[in-house]
Design a protein around this ligand. Structure first.
Ligand code: PEP
Length: 252
């Protein structure tokens, strides 16, 4: 169980997986899981947003986009705007996931613009930061996290949630140890305190992402600055995802 007062949040990032039937079945199983000890949000591909949002509409579980274009509309083939996400039933959006930073060359400044655009439409941006393996090896983890966080928040969104996702742990099966994750989360919370003040920093949820599974979730969430998870691979199986969510509760 999370030892702090912040209610845990668990996000499921489906990336480019699943079809509509899978999504329907997933939502049915998730909702049959009863009362959950965490806030939950699912981030499906664009083609599944409406299906997931409709299936979850009578529940507390949220739906979010995996990306957002900074502009309202225009000639941006393949992109999606904040108003389109809201129209599909979203209340959240991922900003700066490392796969977007790497596959699409997204800069720190673009991520700030995307987060600002999210807020204009009432979407909560879930801003992802994290270092590469070589940055960690070179002792540059904190420098990378500080650069990403300051770039996202300086003249950036007033409302957001943060995810620490070390790139070397994403989809690799190599999870950060609870101690490594806690060290990074405490560092990020310290930076938030400098930028936003102690009260705001203390209230802010910081999620951990990187090969979270039902076996390692309880140890990770026991750390004081971990407030939940952003889950990729294990979020595709509703039973595993439910087990991770339940690990955030007092009776886990
Ligand atoms: C992610 O995509 O944000 C993620 C953490 O993936 P995985 O859980 O598969 O490492």
């Amino acid at each position: 169980m999370s030892p702090n007062q912040r209610r845990p949040l668990v996000g499921g990032n489906w990336k480019m997986h699943l079809l509509r039937d899978d999504a329907q079945r997933f939502c049915g199983t998730l909702l049959a899981g009863g009362v959950l000890p965490a806030d939950v949000v699912i981030f499906p591909s664009c083609t599944l947003l409406q299906t997931v949002a409709d299936a979850l509409s009578d529940s507390e579980v949220g739906c979010g986009g995996q990306d957002i274009h900074p502009e309202e509309r225009g000639a941006h083939t393949g992109d999606v705007s904040g108003s389109q996400l809201v129209d599909a039933g979203c209340s959240w959006v991922l900003c700066g996931h490392s796969e977007r930073r790497q596959d699409h060359g997204e800069s720190d400044d673009l991520i700030r613009q995307k987060a600002l655009s999210a807020l204009r439409y009432g979407l909560t941006p879930l801003i992802c930061v994290g270092e590469t393996h070589s940055e960690r090896q070179a002792g540059r983890t904190f420098e990378t996290l500080e650069r990403q966080l300051r770039a996202a928040l300086t003249e950036g969104p007033a409302t957001f949630t943060l995810a620490y996702e070390p790139i070397w742990a994403i989809g690799t099966g190599e999870t950060a140890t609870p101690e490594i994750a806690q060290e990074a989360h405490a560092f990020l919370r310290g930076l938030l305190a400098e930028m936003l003040g102690d009260i705001a920093a203390d209230a802010k949820r910081i999620l951990y992402g990187g090969s979270v599974n039902p076996q390692n979730a309880a140890d990770l969430i026991s750390k004081p600055d971990l407030d939940g998870f952003l889950v990729g691979g294990a979020s595709l199986d509703p039973e595993k995802f439910l087990a991770i969510i339940r690990s955030c509760g007092s009776d886990s």
